[in-house]
Design a binder for this molecule. Structure first.
Ligand code: PLP
Length: 395
């Protein structure tokens, strides 16, 4: 039977990374893959993580299974990080998942099992894996307007209008902050309007929170979620700790539910556990234990907050340096929109032809859509990057 299987199409972004790895040019630059890099081009292990790991190594007594929903300390600490104190504890429940991807998948399976008529609405554009994950769980994916045709401006009226096409009971996947791929986020007032619209139309928000701390701050970045809570909505939140803890390979994330009664939240989380049991059974321990160790300890939390701040500020500096260097190279195309976008990603507005020339002639790797990982930029290589972009834009 296996002989009859055709090869699956390659993942477009990971395929680019493979091509990058094979490229022999020593001055090649990778702005395609979605990982944070520091000024030396490394994706470092955070200091708070190293310290937490030392403690874990000394104190660990067993490798026995975790519960289906993960570590108890993790489940208590994560909702405080995500929601602060605006929701009574008994109205929330969190399960530890293998990365944000699994949180999204578990949420999608929960919806599919219990609300088979619900469709899920994704932003146009969205993270390429959203439709994959949701369709794999059996959900029908629809799209709401998000960016204008250039991809560099938010189309909020379009967003609100396109949700008129949703049916009551449909699910709306929202990016809490640092929208991937556009870097365009909603203002607090827009979140309030959106929350009201979701409530009026009985739509369930599934909020993807993969970049908490990368836009403005750990607390500030939860503004949108808090507006949804204030509007009295039920919410599903898929957190990822891949970026803000640098724990990509450890696979740690969380699915948090907010309901209106403790009975509802308890029943819902029991169904979430039933979904998990038939999927990966229970989550891996190490990443969750690191996150819980850091969040439970004041000193480690402070170190972590500083490290998140440093990553966020470096990304912002790269945005500013990139725009200034392009201008200094005489590029007349206006790139100042990059300064209003937030997080690791931005749509650069570069055409497919420009992207291809950058790769073939200059060894600069950017996703075909023009999405760039700003966190892959470095002061040391900025001049070369902008010289190349100036050259391809000139022709
Ligand atoms: C928008 C978005 N959601 C979810 C994820 C998944 O994160 P994880 O690696 O924790 O599964 C990513 C990772 O790139 C992402 O960009």
């Amino acid at each position: 039977m296996l002989e009859r299987l055709p090869p699956a199409p390659a993942d477009p972004i990971l395929g680019l990374s493979e091509a990058f790895a094979r490229d022999p040019r020593p001055d090649k630059i990778n702005l395609s893959v979605g990982v944070y890099q520091d000024e030396e081009g490394r994706t470092p292990v955070l200091e708070c993580v190293k310290r937490a790991q030392r403690r874990l190594l000394e104190g660990e007594e067993t490798k026995s299974y975790l519960a289906i929903d993960g570590l108890a300390s993790f489940r208590q600490l994560v909702p405080r990080l995500v929601l602060g104190h605006i929701v009574p504890v008994e109205l929330t429940a969190t399960v530890q998942t293998p990365g944000g991807t699994a949180a999204l998948r578990v949420a999608a399976e929960l919806i599919r099992r219990h609300f088979p008529d619900a469709r899920i609405w994704c932003s146009e554009p969205t993270w390429a894996n959203h439709p994959n994950v949701f369709q794999a769980a059996g959900l029908e994916v629809r799209y709401y307007t998000y960016a204008d045709p250039t991809g560099v401006m938010l189309d909020f009226d379009g967003l609100v209008c396109s949700l008129d096409r949703a049916r009551p009971g449909d699910v709306v996947c929202l990016h809490a902050c640092c929208h991937n791929p556009t870097g365009l986020d909603l203002e607090p007032g827009q979140w309030r309007v959106l929350a009201e619209r979701l409530r009026e139309r009985s739509l369930l928000p599934l909020v993807d929170f993969a970049y908490q701390g990368f836009a403005e701050g750990l607390v500030e970045d939860a503004t949108g979620i808090r507006e949804l809570v204030r509007a009295g909505l039920e919410i599903l939140i898929a957190s990822s700790f891949s970026k803000n803890f640098g724990l990509y390979a450890e696979r740690v994330g969380a699915l948090t539910l907010v309901a209106q009664t403790s009975e509802a939240v308890q029943a819902a989380v029991s169904q979430v556990k039933a979904v998990i049991r038939s999927n990966y059974s229970n989550p891996p321990k190490h990443g969750g234990a690191i996150v819980a160790t850091v969040l439970a300890d004041e000193e480690l939390t402070q170190i972590w907050e500083r490290e998140v701040e440093q990553m966020r500020e470096r990304i912002q500096r790269m945005r500013e340096l990139f725009v200034a260097t392009l201008a200094a190279k005489g590029v007349t195309k206006d790139f100042s929109f990059l300064l209003r976008q937030r997080g690791m990603f931005s749509y650069s507005g570069l055409s497919l032809a420009a992207v291809e020339r950058l790769r073939t002639e200059y060894g600069i790797y950017i996703v075909g859509s023009g999405r760039i990982n700003v966190a892959g930029m470095r002061t040391a290589t900025m001049d070369r990057l902008c010289t190349a972009i100036a050259a391809v834009l000139e022709n």
